[in-house]
Design a protein around this ligand. Sequence first.
Ligand SMILES: [Fe+2]
Length: 280
Amino acid sequence: MLKNPKIWPARLHHLSICSEDPERMVDWYKKALVMEDVTLDDGTTWLKGQQRNIIISEGNRGKVDHVAFHFEDKKHMESYREQLDSANCKVEIVEPLLMGNEAFSIRDPDDNIFHFGVSSLNDSGLSATPARLQHVVFRSQDLPRMVEFHTNILGFKISDIVKDEAGEVTANFMRSDPEHHSLGVFRADETRLDHFCSESSCWNDIRDWADHFASLGIRITWGAGRHGAGNNLFIFVSDPDGNNVEISAEIEHWKYEDPPREWAHEERTLNLWGAAWMRS
Ligand SMILES: [Fe+2]
């Protein structure tokens, strides 16, 4: 079995989230993340801003329909798909959403669906407020199995590992390009989306986003702070369904060959500046 296929470099492209009240979610994201809405053929809504794209569809609150990663070109996408085939990873050809003429999908051990394709978007003319969709983090009841799959089968590289006093892994941050993590998994007593994050360009952007949220009456739910793992500055807000939305800046850059680093399961790992939101 071929292991560690070359996902590198790939980036988070879009996120498709379900809601029992899609209209309310669309209204919130349009204002809060400064996005425009487009109704797609299947009735779902595509929310778009520069370098950030979210699809909202009708379904169970908090469920992620899929996350999508994109490659620079078709050649990379095809070679990656062949490598997944060789690794006996079940690949399905899917209707490409926002990603050119071809895309395929896989399911991870927690049944999260990942689409892979090549971006076909031209986002000129959209709000340039800096927030590029950058990473997604899931909660899992079986973190070791998830990390084994995402590293050995999908080829993500481990950046930071968080371990509790018993040596059990409580969080894992993985990269698919030089940015410290594009995917994370947290140990939890439930399997669901933890949060997703958009990367801005500097500390002042975080200030501007916080002022923007304040003008809409949206409270910061965690932060401002600086993560230990990833070293990025952050603030969090919640959308109307309670999904956690992060804005970050200064995320670390790592080389392909950099070895994993370890952190203790304590507050400063998640927030060097103060209190942390511990998931387990
Ligand atoms: Fe994050």
